[in-house]
Design a protein around this ligand. Structure first.
Ligand code: ADP
Ligand code: MG
Length: 715
C-alpha cells in the first residue's frame, strides 16, 4: 500500500483546509447559475464537492474493436471521426446529429436527437471514444448504432479521459446540471484540492487497517485507478471507499465517546435512598418482578448510587414490564431527596403512567405532578411552582416537560419512555434541566448489540430479555375482506368471555379527515354488529380530556371495543384486552405493527392479533409475513431494519446524531468495529486531542457534530 504518495508528501507541507471552504461557484466552469444547482445537491464548498461521491461506477475502460461489439450490450469503442453532420430524417422529419467513428476493424454510428450543437463538438479527423448501448440500425443494413452515447474527444495533450475509456464515476445529477458536467467540475476539484485535505489518522492506523491516506482515498473514490475492480467499487468495498467509511464511523464513535466521557467528568449525584418507598411500592404490586426486571433494577440502582452521572438505556420488548423498573428508579431518586421526571411521547401514555404511580403508592407518600400540553393554565402554574420549589417530587408528562419555563428545584433523575420517539437532543435538553441528573431512557426497539453500541454508543445498556410468566404468545392471523365474518365471530367470542378488543385504522397521511372518517364509520358499523357491547372511539383530533374519558371507559370495561386511529400505538396498557384488529395492516410499518400487537397479550388469556389486508405490494407483504412468522421484537426489528434501511429505521435525521451518508450501519459493521477500537485508542492516547493529528481530528469532529458540540465538551 502506498502510504507516501506524491499527494501525501505535498499535503504535509501545505497549510491544510482553509482553501476548502471556497464557495463552489467561484470554481472554473461553475459560476453563479451552476453554483445554485450544486447547492441543490448539497454542495456549497470545495470540501462539500470533494465529499460528493459517485453513487455508482461504470466500466468504460474496456475498449472493444468495433467489429467485436455485441448488440444489446454497453460497449466502449475508440476510433477516428469520419463523418459528423446534422440531418433530418425523411420518414418522420426528426432532427438528428449523426457521427460515424471508424477503427481498423469497422465503423459505428452515434445518434443524438435534437442536439444540433453537437456538430460543433466533433470534427472529422478527431479521435473519439464512445460508450453506450449497441443496437442494430434497421434503416442502415442493421449496422451498429448507439443512441445518445457518452463521448469524449481525445486531445493531443494525452491527458487522461474522464467520461470514457476508464472506470467512470456516476454522480447524482439534477435538472440543469448533468452528470457529465458534474464529472468535469469534479475532475478539476479533485486534482487541485484533494491533495490539500489534512490527514487526521496516524500512519499506524493506515497500515493496520490497510487503507490509503485521505487525499488518495478521496481522489480514488472519484476517479479510481485503472486496475480497480468495478464490482468492489459498486459494493463500496474498494480500499479508498473503506477509508472514507472508516472516517465517517470514526468521527461518529469519537463524538459519542466524548459525550460519554464528558458526562463521566460532570459528576452527578449519588442517589442512594433508604429503600422505604421502593419496599412499599413492591408490596402493592399484584405480581412478582421477573428475574430480568430485578437484574435491570439492580443495574440502574447501582448506577444511581454512584456519584458519576448515569446515562443508561433500558431495552426490552413490548410488554416485558419496563414501567415498573422505571418507577423503582424514580422512587430511589425521591428517597434520596431528589426529584424525578418521566417523559412520555403521548398524553395518553403520560396519563397512564400517572395513574399507575397513583395506584401503587398511597397519595400521602409522595407528591406526583402531571404536566402535559393540555393541563389547564391555572393547574399548570401550580405545577410549575411545585416543581420549582421541589415540593412535587415526581413529574410525569409529555415534552411539555422540556419547555422553557419548566424549572426543577432539584432534579436528580430523568426517565424518557419510548425513547425512539425522541431525539438525542431532546433527551439532552431534559437532562440539562438538572445539570447533574441521571438519565434513563427506555425503548421497545431491540437491536443487535453492535448496532446498539453505535446508535446509542454514548449509553450503557440494560436489557429485559424475557416476558412475565404465564403469557401465551399472541396468535397472529392474516385476513382479507372475505374473512370478515370469521373475524367478527372471533371478536364476539372474546367479548362474550368478558375480554376487551381494539380495532385500529391507519393514519392517512394526505388527509386526517378521511382517516377519521374511516374510524368513525368503522365504529358505527361495529356498534350495529355488536349491539350489546358498547363501542368507543378514540382519535387524534379529540381534546385531551375527551381522550382520557374514552380511555377511562375502556379501562373500566364500560366500552368493550375501542375503535381508534393510531393514537394507541405506543405504550398503552390494558391487560384485559385480548384482540387487536388492524385494518389496512398493509399500510403500517413493521415496528408499528409489532407495537400494536404488543397492546394485547398482557394478561393471562390467549390473545389475537388480526391483520386485515387487501392486495399488497411486495414490501408490504414482506412486513405481514414477518408478523406471522415471528413474535420476537428482536427478530422483527432486524427484519424492519432490513426492509427499511438504517437511515429510516433509526431516524438518524431527527435523532441528532451526525448523518451517516456514505457508510451503511449493516453492511459495514466490521468497519464500525474497527473504527470504535481506533476511537477508543485515540481517546486513550490523546484524551484532549492536542497532538497535531488530534487537532486535525478535533476540527473534523467539530465540523461533523456542529452545534451539538457544546453538549459534547471536547477541548
Ligand atoms: P412495556 O415494557 O411494554 O412498557 P409495561 O411496563 O407496560 O410494558 O408492562 C406490561 C404489563 O405487564 C403491565 O400490565 C404490567 O403491569 C405487567 N407486568 C409488569 N411486570 C410484570 C411481572 N413481573 N409479572 C406480571 N405482570 C407484569
Ligand atoms: Mg411501555
Amino acid at each position: 500500500m502506498e502510504l507516501t504518495t506524491k499527494a501525501g508528501s505535498v499535503m504535509n507541507k501545505l497549510p491544510a483546509e482553509p482553501d476548502l471552504t471556497i464557495p463552489i461557484q467561484y470554481l472554473k466552469g461553475v459560476g453563479p447559475k451552476r453554483g445554485e444547482l450544486f447547492h441543490k445537491l448539497g454542495v456549497k464548498t470545495v470540501k462539500d464537492a470533494l465529499y460528493y461521491f459517485p453513487y455508482r461506477y461504470e466500466d468504460r475502460g474496456n475498449i472493444k474493436k468495433i467489429a467485436r461489439v455485441s448488440f444489446g450490450s454497453y460497449e466502449t469503442v475508440s476510433g477516428t471521426v469520419i463523418r459528423a453532420e446534422n440531418i433530418t430524417t425523411q420518414r418522420r422529419r426528426m432532427k438528428l446529429f449523426e457521427l460515424t467513428v471508424k477503427d481498423d476493424t469497422g465503423a459505428i454510428t452515434g445518434v443524438w436527437f435534437n442536439q444540433p450543437y453537437m456538430s460543433r463538438v466533433f470534427h472529422e479527423g478527431d479521435r473519439a471514444i464512445l460508450y453506450g448501448l449497441v443496437k442494430q440500425d434497421p434503416y442502415k443494413h442493421y449496422r451498429p448504432v448507439m443512441e445518445n452515447p457518452e463521448y469524449e474527444i481525445i486531445d493531443e495533450s494525452g491527458d487522461e479521459t474522464i467520461h470514457t475509456g476508464r472506470v467512470v464515476p456516476i454522480y447524482k445529477a439534477t435538472a440543469g446540471l448533468t452528470c457529465r458536467q458534474i464529472r468535469s467540475v469534479m475532475k478539476g476539484v479533485v486534482d487541485e484540492f484533494a491533495p490539500r485535505l489534512g490527514e487526521f489518522l496516524p500512519e499506524e492506523a493506515l497500515r493496520k487497517y490497510k487503507i490509503p491516506m485521505l487525499p488518495v482515498a478521496v481522489k480514488e473514490a472519484h476517479f479510481p485507478e485503472r486496475e480497480t475492480d468495478i464490482n468492489l467499487l459498486n459494493a463500496k468495498a474498494a480500499r479508498a471507499q473503506k477509508r472514507l467509511i472508516f472516517d465517517e464511523f470514526l468521527l461518529l464513535e469519537l463524538g459519542l465517546m466524548s459525550m460519554k466521557k464528558g458526562r463521566a467528568k460532570t459528576s452527578g449525584r449519588a442517589l442512594k435512598g433508604n429503600g422505604g418507598l421502593r419496599r412499599e411500592f413492591r408490596s402493592r404490586l399484584p405480581f412478582r418482578l421477573t428475574q430480568a426486571q430485578e437484574k435491570a433494577i439492580h443495574e440502574i440502582s447501582r448506577d444511581m448510587e454512584r456519584p458519576a452521572r448515569m446515562n443508561r438505556l433500558l431495552q426490552g420488548d413490548v410488554g416485558c414490564g419496563k414501567t415498573v423498573v422505571a418507577l423503582m428508579a424514580a422512587l430511589q431518586a425521591v428517597e434520596a431527596g431528589a426529584q424525578a421526571a418521566l417523559m412520555a411521547p403521548t398524553e395518553i401514555l403520560a396519563e397512564q403512567h400517572y395513574l399507575n404511580i397513583k395506584k401503587y403508592l398511597a397519595p400521602s407518600v409522595i407528591k406526583v405532578t402531571l404536566l402535559t400540553g393540555s393541563v389547564k393554565k391555572k393547574d399548570r402554574e401550580t405545577a410549575l411552582k411545585e416543581l420549582a420549589e421541589g415540593e412535587a417530587q415526581f413529574a410525569v408528562g409529555t415534552h411539555s416537560l422540556i419547555q422553557d419555563g419548566v424549572v426543577f428545584g432539584s432534579l436528580g433523575l430523568v426517565i424518557v419512555d419510548e425513547q425512539h420517539r425522541f431525539g438525542v437532543m431532546q433527551r439532552a435538553e431534559l437532562s440539562n434541566k438538572g445539570i447533574r441528573a441521571d438519565i434513563l431512557v427506555m425503548t421497545a426497539t431491540p437491536i443487535p448489540r453492535t448496532l446498539a453500541l453505535t446508535v446509542y454508543g454514548d449509553l450503557d445498556i440494560s436489557v429485559i430479555d424475557s416476558l412475565p410468566p404465564g403469557r401465551p404468545p399472541v396468535r397472529t392471523k392474516l385476513f382479507d375482506d372475505s374473512g370478515r365474518p370469521e373475524v367478527y365471530r372471533l371478536l364476539r367470542g372474546e367479548l362474550q368471555a368478558g375480554a376487551l378488543g381494539y380495532v385500529v385504522y391507519p393514519l392517512v397521511e394526505e388527509s386526517e379527515k378521511s382517516d377519521l372518517k374511516a374510524a368513525k364509520e368503522g365504529a358505527e358499523k361495529l356498534a350495529k354488529i355488536f349491539g350489546e357491547y358498547p363501542v368507543g372511539l378514540l382519535h387524534g383530533r379529540m381534546k385531551p380530556e375527551e381522550k382520557e374519558s374514552v380511555m377511562e371507559d375502556f379501562r373500566a370495561g364500560k366500552t368493550r371495543l375501542l375503535v381508534s386511529t393510531t393514537v394507541i400505538e405506543v405504550g398503552l396498557d390494558v391487560p384485559e384486552a385480548t384482540v387487536m384488529v388492524i385494518e389496512h395492516a398493509e399500510r403500517f410499518g413493521l415496528s408499528q405493527l409489532h407495537q400494536l400487537r404488543g397492546r394485547v397479550g398482557r394478561g393471562g388469556r390467549q390473545s389475537y392479533c388480526i391483520l386485515m389486508a387487501g392486495k399488497t405490494a411486495d414490501n408490504a407483504r414482506a412486513r405481514l409475513q414477518a408478523m406471522l412468522k415471528s413474535s420476537s421484537g428482536f427478530e422483527i426489528a432486524e427484519e424492519d431494519l432490513k426492509l427499511r434501511g438504517p437511515g429510516e429505521f433509526f431516524g438518524t435525521k431527527q435523532s441528532g446524531l451526525p448523518e451517516i451518508s456514505y457508510g451503511d450501519i449493516i453492511r459495514d459493521y466490521k468497519i464500525i468495529e474497527a473504527a470504535r477500537a481506533e476511537a477508543s485508542d485515540i481517546i486513550e492516547r490523546d484524551p484532549e486531542l492536542r497532538s497535531d493529528m488530534g487537532r486535525a481530528l478535533s476540527r473534523e469532529l467539530k465540523e461533523k457534530w456542529k452545534d451539538r458540540l457544546d453538549l459534547i465538551k471536547i477541548s
